[in-house]
Design a protein around this ligand. Structure first.
Ligand SMILES: Nc1ncnc2c1ncn2[C@@H]1O[C@H](COP(=O)(O)OP(=O)(O)O)[C@@H](O)[C@H]1O
Ligand SMILES: Cc1cn([C@H]2C[C@H](O)[C@@H](COP(=O)(O)OP(=O)(O)O)O2)c(=O)[nH]c1=O
Length: 205
C-alpha cells in the first residue's frame, strides 16, 4: 500500500513521518524530493534548483518530475512488489500544488498540465494524508524569512491542494495540523490503522 503525506511547508509532515518509523518498523520510508537513504543525484539536483533564486519554473517542474520517475522505478515499485507498506513524505500532489502555483500565468492550466504529464507513468497513492494548515502559520513554522511573500505563495499552493482534494476526495484524508504534534500523530496513526484494516479485509483494493 502506498501512503503519502502532503501539506504546506511547516505543516508537520516530517515530524509525523519520523514518528511513524517506530510504529511501522518494516515499512519503506521515503520522500520527495529524494534525499537520504532513498536519495539520488536527481534529488540533489532538485535541491540545487530550490536554492537558486533564478531557477526557471518550467525547468524546475521537469527536474522534480525526473526525480519522481527515478524514485518510482528505483524505490517505490520494488517496495510495492515486495508487498511493503510505503510511506512517502511528499509525492506527486506536491508537484500539482506547488508547480501548479509557480507556473500560474506562465502556461495554460498548469495544474491540469502537470497531472497529465504524470498520468502516463506514475502510480497513484492508495491514501494521502493531508496536514491542513493556514499559509501564515505554515510560513512562520517553516522559518521563512520573507514571511509575507512566502505566505502569499503558500496560500495559492493551499488553494491547489483544495482543488485536488475536491477532485479526488476518496483518496485524501484531511488532518487538522493546527493541533499539537501528539494529537496530529494520534489522528494519523488511526487513519493509517483503518486503511490497513480495510486492505486486509479486501486485498483487491
Ligand atoms: N502540530 C504541530 N504544532 C506546532 N508545531 C509543529 C507541529 N508539527 C511540527 N511542528 C514544528 O513545525 C516545524 C516544521 O515541522 P516539519 O515536521 O519539519 O514540517 P514539514 O515537514 O511539513 O515542513 C518544526 O519546527 C516542528 O517542530
Ligand atoms: C516534491 C516537491 C516539493 N516541492 C517543494 C516543497 C518544499 O518547499 C521544497 C522542499 O521540500 P521538503 O524538503 O519536503 O520541504 P518541507 O519539509 O519544508 O516541506 O520543495 C515542490 O515544489 N514540488 C515538488 O514536487
Amino acid at each position: 500500500m502506498l501512503v503519502t503525506l502532503e501539506g504546506l511547508d511547516g505543516s508537520g509532515k516530517t515530524t509525523v513521518w519520523e514518528a511513524l518509523h517506530e510504529v511501522y518498523p518494516d515499512a519503506t520510508f521515503t520522500r520527495e524530493p529524494t534525499s537520504g537513504p532513498t536519495g539520488s543525484w536527481y534529488g540533489d539536483a532538485v535541491y540545487r534548483s530550490i536554492e537558486d533564486d533564478d531557477a526557471d519554473s518550467l525547468a524546475e517542474l521537469f527536474l522534480y518530475t525526473a526525480d519522481h520517475a527515478d524514485h518510482l522505478s528505483r524505490v517505490i515499485e520494488p517496495a510495492l512488489e515486495r508487498g511493503d507498506l510505503v510511506i512517502s513524505d511528499r509525492y506527486s500532489d506536491s508537484r500539482y500544488a506547488y508547480q501548479g502555483a509557480t507556473l500560474e500565468g506562465e502556461i495554460d492550466r498548469p495544474l491540469e498540465y502537470i497531472v497529465d504529464i504524470h498520468e502516463a507513468f506514475s502510480i497513484d497513492p492508495d491514501l494521502t494524508i493531508y496536514l491542513d494548515l493556514d499559509a501564515e502559520t505554515a510560513a512562520a513554522r517553516s522559518g521563512s524569512t520573507n514571511k509575507f511573500e512566502r505566505a502569499e505563495y503558500l496560500e495559492s499552493v493551499r488553494e491547489n491542494y483544495e482543488r485536488l482534494i475536491e477532485q479526488d476526495s476518496d483518496r485524501f484524508v484531511r488532518v487538522d495540523a493546527t493541533q499539537p504534534p501528539e494529537v496530529v500523530l494520534e489522528r494519523v496513526k488511526r487513519v493509517l490503522e483503518q486503511a490497513l484494516e480495510r486492505e486486509d479485509s479486501d486485498p483487491t483494493r
